[in-house]
Design a protein around this ligand. Structure first.
Ligand code: SAH
Ligand code: SF4
Length: 395
């Protein structure tokens, strides 16, 4: 029988080549209040009108200029005549999972139109609650009339990092998403589920397709839009990185109250195994990643999350658990570990460990005093689980 080997096995791709974005003309969505004020100034309009546009496109989820009734008909016509449109990404297809998870295909319009994926998970996602806790309830979707959910969004179309166990890697990197496209996925999903920001409890994880720290400026600009214009709390956001050291160094310079929490895809107990499954480790080994993480000033009670994909026979043995415990303890960081049983995909030669194996791994870590959670796979049946996102053809 033929053994299936991923076509991209082991190759280290250049990460610093210039990656195209989708800088198209005339989308209001993606502009912050100050930039919108600039657009209006050109029309001879006062800057407070920018707040009306912010309210309309980021809070009321309006997608057509003609529907912004707080603006005069004349101004709406003028903006449209100048070629402006709202240009928010739109959900074109939604796949429903038996567990309530929904995978949304989102069309990003523009000269380099693409489809990306975001995931809506009612009731948080257990291990990564977005607030640093292991989400205390597990109760239904509503608590005192407040809904709760986690949204997972993409930062790039495809990914250049080439982790051997990840489906997104097989796409290669197609292009960066703009800030408006990253924030737009979130707003499109909020809109679809009629989320009341400020009342419903929404966590956001930048854990979809792509490596946020290789699209740093757009990713952080999206965070600022989501905080300032959409009204989401950065304390309920988590960004996951495969360990891009220059990105971590920039992240360390961000104001702590204006950045998401940090998750590091550790995924292996040592450099040897990590380099095998994550070629990026040859460029930035574990110690260099940890050194960079140490320079990130933490908020009170904030913890760093280490994500750890359990690959059957490769990273899930008892000796691996002991090594991970030592490694995490030696960092001296306030940390927790999220275990993720590998989610399968076509053409991989890995296997998913048994639930008992994951539980033993968890026990070994908690016995060493490390808070460790098993992230329950969400939406595996619709290919929405971690590492399963892949620009699906819209059929
Ligand atoms: N690129 C970033 C964020 C997106 S991946 C990163 O790698 O951190 C989000 C998480 O999914 C990462 O921790 C990654 O290790 C994990 N992952 C990737 N493929 C997976 C798979 N097939 N099964 C389970 N987890 C996977
Ligand atoms: Fe990219 Fe993350 Fe997948 Fe690695 S795990 S290939 S960094 S999306």
């Amino acid at each position: 029988m033929l053994r299936v080997v991923p076509e991209n096995s082991g190759q280290l791709v250049p990460l610093d080549r210039v990656v195209p974005g989708n800088e198209g003309p005339a989308s209001l969505f993606g502009l912050d209040a100050a930039a919108l004020a600039g657009v209006l100034a050109e029309e001879g309009e006062p800057s407070w009108r920018a707040d009306q546009i912010v309210e309309a496109i980021y809070r009321q989820y309006i997608t057509e200029i003609s529907s912004i009734t707080t603006l005069s008909l004349d101004l709406r016509r003028k903006l449209a005549a100048r070629g402006w449109r709202i240009g928010r990404p739109e959900i074109t297809k939604a796949f429903q999972s038996a567990d309530g998870t929904e995978r949304d295909l989102i069309h990003c319009p523009g000269p380099k139109a693409e489809t990306v994926e975001a995931v809506w998970m009612p009731d948080g996602d257990d291990g990564e609650a977005g607030d640093g806790s292991n989400d205390e309830s597990g109760a239904g979707l509503e608590i005192k009339g407040r809904r709760r959910a986690t949204i997972c969004v993409s930062s790039q179309v495809g990914c250049a990092v080439n982790c051997q166990f990840c489906l997104t890697a097989k796409l290669g990197l197609q292009r960066n998403l703009t800030a408006g496209e990253i924030a737009g996925q979130v707003v499109a999903v909020l809109d679809r589920h009629a989320v009341r920001v400020g009342r419903d409890r929404v966590n956001l994880v930048f854990m979809g397709m792509g490596e946020p720290f290789l699209n740093y400026d757009n990713f952080m600009a999206a965070v600022r839009l989501l905080v300032h214009e959409v009204g989401l709390s950065p304390q309920r956001m988590t960004v996951s990185t495969s360990g891009i050291v220059p990105g971590l160094e920039r992240f360390a310079e961000e104001p702590p109250d204006l950045r998401p929490k940090l998750a590091i895809s550790l995924n292996a107990p040592n450099d040897e195994i990590r380099a095998e499954i994550m070629p990026i480790n040859r460029k930035w080994p574990i110690s260099s990643v940890i050194d960079a993480v140490r320079r990130v000033p933490l908020r009170p009670r904030e913890r760093i999350t280490f994500e750890y994909v359990l690959l059957g026979g490769v990273t899930d043995r008892p000796e691996h658990a002991r090594e991970v415990a030592r490694l995490v303890r030696r960092t001296g960081l306030p940390a927790k570990v999220n275990l993720i049983a590998w989610n399968p995909g076509p053409d991989f030669h890995y296997s998913t460990p048994k639930p008992e194996t994951a539980e033993q791994f968890q026990k070994a870590l908690t016995a060493e005093g490390i808070p460790t959670y098993i992230r329950q796979p969400r939406g595996r049946d619709i290919f929405a689980a971690c590492g399963q996102l892949k620009r699906t053809v819209e059929a």
